[in-house]
Design a protein around this ligand. Structure first.
Ligand SMILES: [Ca+2]
Length: 127
């Protein structure tokens, strides 16, 4: 990943029902954007494998399209003490992927969603 890549941090929380409630800041990427850009107590979805690219964090998000992050996640982190789920479709529908508490998943290509698909670029909601 280029050091010039722009990292977007979007905060997806319980109150993020309208775009104006979503905190969006654009910052130049640090030289090593990575897992610890995921804040404590949050679930994080990263655009690329190995925690690269843009990220979305929060505790739930019913529709990642609102955050321009639909079907983008390629790695995940969970820095909270609660296991949660990511879903194939918006509104917590379709296949579900358990995101274990305090877990790091560097490459969603390695997790099967169905017999012929993996979880890379498939997540549309989480809670
Ligand atoms: Ca991706």
């Amino acid at each position: 990943m280029s050091k010039n890549t722009i990292v977007r941090r979007l905060s997806a929380g319980v109150g993020a029902l309208v775009a104006s409630a979503v905190l969006v800041t654009g910052t130049a990427a640090p030289a090593f954007a990575g897992y610890y850009d995921c804040r404590p107590e949050k679930i994080c979805l990263f655009e690329h494998i190995n925690y690269g690219g843009g990220l979305v964090d929060g505790t739930q998000a019913p529709n990642l399209s609102w955050l321009r992050f639909n079907d983008k996640a390629s790695s995940t982190g969970n820095r909270s003490g609660t296991s949660r789920h990511a879903y194939q479709h918006a509104d917590y529908k379709g296949y579900a992927l358990k995101i274990w508490r305090e877990s790091q998943t560097p490459d969603l290509r390695k997790l099967s969603m169905s017999s012929n698909e993996n979880w890379n670029d498939k997540i549309s909601s989480f809670r």
